[in-house]
Design a protein. Sequence first.
Length: 190
Amino acid sequence: MENITGGMKIKGELLTECYRWHDEDGNRFRDNKGRFERRLMWADKTHNIVTTQGLNRILDVMFAATTQITTWYCTLVETNTTPAAAMTYATPTYTESTAYTETTRPAYVEAAASAGSMTNSANKAVFTINATKTMYGASLVGGGTAPTTKGDAAGGGALYCYALFSASRAVVADDVINLTYTVTSADDGV
C-alpha cells in the first residue's frame, strides 16, 4: 500500500499604498473639478515570510489548545532588515516605525476566511505619518501584555510575519499609508 502524504502551505501578501494631500511646495492636490484630493504616491505589493514563531503559534492554537490571539496588529518598519524565520516579537531585528499620529498600532481587522483566504481589504490598517522617514517593510504582531503599544518588543507577544518592500519608500508628514494583508492557505499538492 502506498503512503498518502499531504501538506499545507501558508503565504501572505502585503499591499501598502501611500497617499499624499500636497505637493513638495505644500500646495494641496485638486481633482479636475477643483476639489481637494489625496493622490497615490506609491504602492508596493510583496510577499512575506511567516516566522517560526508564527508557524508555532498556528500549530499550538490548532493542536495544543493554546489560547488564540484574538487581535493582531500591523506595523511599519524603518530599517532595511532582511526577513528571517528566526525573527521573534522579542527580537524582531528590525526597527518598528512609531512615526505616525495614531496612538496605538492599527489593528488587523480581517473578514472571515473564504476559499482558503483571509484579508483586511474592507478595513485596511491606516497609518497617518508625522515625520519624514524611509519605510522598508511591514509586519503583523499580536498577543502579550502590550500588543497595541507602538514599538513594544518586551510584552511577550508573537511576530507572525514580516515582509520587506520591493524598494525603500519615502514618506513625509501627513502621508497616509493603507496596509492590506491577505493570508492564504492551500494544500501543497504533495
